[in-house]
Design a protein around this ligand. Sequence first.
Ligand code: 21W
Length: 259
Amino acid sequence: MLAGRMQVGIVTLFPEMFTAVTSFGITGRACRDGIVEVACWSPRDYAKDRHGTVDDKPFSGGAGMLMKTGPLCDAIAAAKAWNDKTPSVIYLSPQGRRLDHTGVTLLAQRRNLVLVCGRYQGIDERVLKTEIDEEWSIGDYVLSGGELAAMVMLDAIIRYQPGALGHEDSAGLDSFADSNTGLSLLDCPRYTRPREFAGLTVPEVLIGGNHELVRRWQLKQRLGQTWLKRPDLLAQQSLDQHEQVLLNEFISEYGTLPT
Ligand code: 21W
């Protein structure tokens, strides 16, 4: 299992953005409890001129600036030195390995990280080569910088630190795969009060209080919802006999019942 608190140093021109992760909800509590220690370094604080210049022209000419190498490397060095052990230095970039559940569990096991957030058109190739250990992306769409990507990564990683999820959430973790193998099945439909809403009722099995039947219904729904909405996820795994029976039930009932 994981041991010891995690340290994540962030190199960013916009440190305030990270309060969204460090101050609120599950991730905010994890930071306050010391499960994870997050600290930011801004290249701005390492700028040498009186204007605090942190961007620079590309040699290619044309539109678009790059992160100025000096302040960027000084901020990375400070973030590395702050870590108690040698960190993995990660650059968030569209060229990186796509983050998915497997990647999150991999990164969640590291005790020391530095996340480097690019702005403008990114960083100099030689800084990449000499300072960066790994490059990660969060998906094939264009963001304005690495901060939101780093925050997504950070949020996902913090959830996997022992003690980060309260007791309410950890109870649901055993429910087949959710925490262990991750997003292998989609969630089942959930209902709260009132029993009738917008003319729609709560499935009877959930009200009956038979926990065995509830668990069976929930697993069947998870298999069915995954079959309906993410057949690619289902194709990646083999179902045991019980699961196959439940899915077959869902499929044969699908379309014959009112939703
Ligand atoms: C986006 C900087 C695009 C530079 C193709 C060739 C970090 C990110 C980012 C950014 C360009 C991540 C171009 C998913 C993201 C990030 C800022 C280059 C011109 N396009 N994951 N040349 N998407 N993005 N644009 O954007 O820093 S992780």
